[in-house]
Design a protein around this ligand. Structure first.
Ligand code: UAG
Ligand code: ATP
Length: 419
């Protein structure tokens, strides 16, 4: 690292996007997938940045500006944000959940569990963020390093003792979690997803594993050993490894006795429990949440009793039963072949007495295209009827094409802008 300029200055905030600079900010130039933040250093200074963190120094430096050259801008952003906001992750018990499916469910279960146990908690998830009981909309599964540390500080200020967060593979790769002090890391599972971003499955596994490789010694790494990659995930971690399984000997062992529309009947660590959640994958999610609570020193019976009354996350196997009880609508966020298969296989197992399974499914546009035919195959194999929708096209369609097809512009949204 090299520093030039007068460092005795007051910084008003950290910014990684020149479009949002406020006077007195420090601007961190990040290399991205679409553009390079280094191109916007001049603009950031014009708009009021007084310090610049960058990997490559500009050719002409302004004498009144502090320049900090670093070898990795993304790591610097994480560490700078963590320091600027007073190391908030060290003031709470921070638990991170990673995996292709189940992150939202497990993080939400933990949030509900610890809130019901009487703690003030924070939640960072795809569906929404919670600062105690206050709800803040979520833009990402894992926010960027600055927003993330800002939210963690708000949680600390609000008196939260525990924070549960989803850790996406994008976030690990882009160092959004750099500098955070996790007490527990949980692995749910890994399957075909996000190959538009990671390119190969091996690379996707490597990135997920980095989360566990960087956990500190005093932390716990809790892994699902029913997943083929469950052991590999934690093989290089310094943290204490704990395992959970429905099939084999493990630290947190579960067995399903009955899996019906009214919930799961299980044995968890020799204790029989009825849960409201449905489906084998939720048995794994419940075991993950249970294991984390036990690692944090909580009483087994209290934890199981509390988990047994939880409903889980919004849009994750939520169900509505018609008054005649002849139609059950299940709303589920499954958006990978594996998740869809899990959901439909679960429904088929619960199907007793129902005539047909009708699936309505779609795939978001402008993302991983390779999973679409696989998902279609799964939907057709597992259902009596399938209705495919276009879901969210999420593409930037050229205006001339829009005109040609006489398409109206939908309400512009960040994720769905037709230009
Ligand atoms: C592919 C991806 O993850 N992209 C993220 C990435 O954007 P990027 O690399 O494309 O950035 P870029 O546009 O090239 O710009 C590079 C840098 O220049 C800066 N810039 C850019 C333009 C400008 O005028 N001025 C300026 O300073 C940008 O702020 C950025 O710091 O860095 C941005 C800032 O942190 C993120 O907002 C952005 O998330 C986009 C919006 C996104 O959709 N990400 C998704 C795929 C994502 O992260 N998803 C995961 C969950 C996945 C899942 O499990 O489903 C998530 O954690 O949410
Ligand atoms: N442990 C699991 N194993 C497999 N599938 C699961 C599991 N938990 C949930 N699912 C299925 O995957 C879908 C996504 O679940 P959830 O939102 O909890 O995962 P996620 O990892 O947060 O996904 P995303 O980050 O994309 O939101 C659910 O709707 C459900 O169908």
């Amino acid at each position: 690292m090299s520093v030039s300029g007068n460092t005795d200055i007051d910084i008003t905030g950290i910014c990684i996007d020149s479009r949002n600079i406020q006077p007195g900010n420090i601007f961190i130039a990040l290399k991205g997938s679409a553009t390079d933040g280094h191109q916007f250093i001049e603009k950031a200074i014009t708009d009021g940045a007084i310090a610049i963190v960058c990997e490559i120094l500009p050719e002409i430096k302004k004498p009144e500006i502090v320049y900090i050259q670093v070898s990795n801008g993304a790591v610097a952003a994480g560490i700078t944000a963590h320091n600027f906001y007073g190391n908030p992750s060290s003031k709470v018990k921070l638990l991170g959940v990673t995996g292709t499916n189940g992150k939202t469910t497990v993080a939400t279960l933990l949030y509900q569990l610890f809130s019901n146990l009487g703690y003030k908690c924070g939640l960072l998830s795809t569906v929404q963020n919670h600062i105690g009981s206050q709800v803040v909309p979520a833009t990402h599964t894992t926010p960027d390093a600055v927003q993330l540390n800002q939210l963690l500080k708000l949680m600390v200020d609000e008196g939260c003792s525990h924070v549960f967060m989803e850790v996406s593979s994008h976030a690990i790769n882009q160092q959004r979690i750099a500098g955070l002090e996790f007490e527990v890391g949980i692995f749910t599972n890994i399957s075909h997803d996000h190959l538009d971003y990671h390119k190969t499955f091996d690379e996707y596994i490597r990135v997920k594993k980095l989360f566990f490789d960087t956990l500190p010694k005093k932390a716990y790494a809790i892994t699902n050993i029913d997943d083929r990659r469950g052991v590999v995930m934690v093989q290089n971690t310094n943290a204490t490894v704990k395992t959970y399984s429905l099939k084999t000997v493990s630290d947190f062992k579960g067995k399903i006795l009955d899996n019906g529309i009214m919930g799961l009947h299980m044995v968890v660590d020799e204790q029989e429990v009825h849960f409201r959640l449905i489906g084998e994958f939720n048995a794994h999610n419940l075991l993950a949440a249970y294991g984390a609570a036990i690692c944090l020193g909580h009483d087994k019976y209290e934890v199981l009793q509390t988990l047994s009354v939880l409903n889980g996350a919004e849009g994750r196997f939520e169900y509505v039963i018609s008054p005649s009880e002849k139609i059950i609508a299940i709303i589920d966020y499954a958006h990978t072949p594996d998740a869809l298969l899990n959901v439909l296989a679960t429904i088929r197992k619960l199907k007793k007495g129902f005539e047909q399974v009708i699936t309505i499914a779609g795939c978001g546009g402008n993302r991983d295209k390779t999973k679409r035919p696989v998902m279609a195959e799964v939907a057709c194999e597992q259902s009596d009827k399938v209705i495919f929708t276009s879901d969210n096209p999420a593409l930037k369609m050229p205006v001339k094409l829009l005109k040609k097809w006489k398409l109206a512009c939908p309400r512009p949204q960040e994720e769905n802008v037709y230009q």
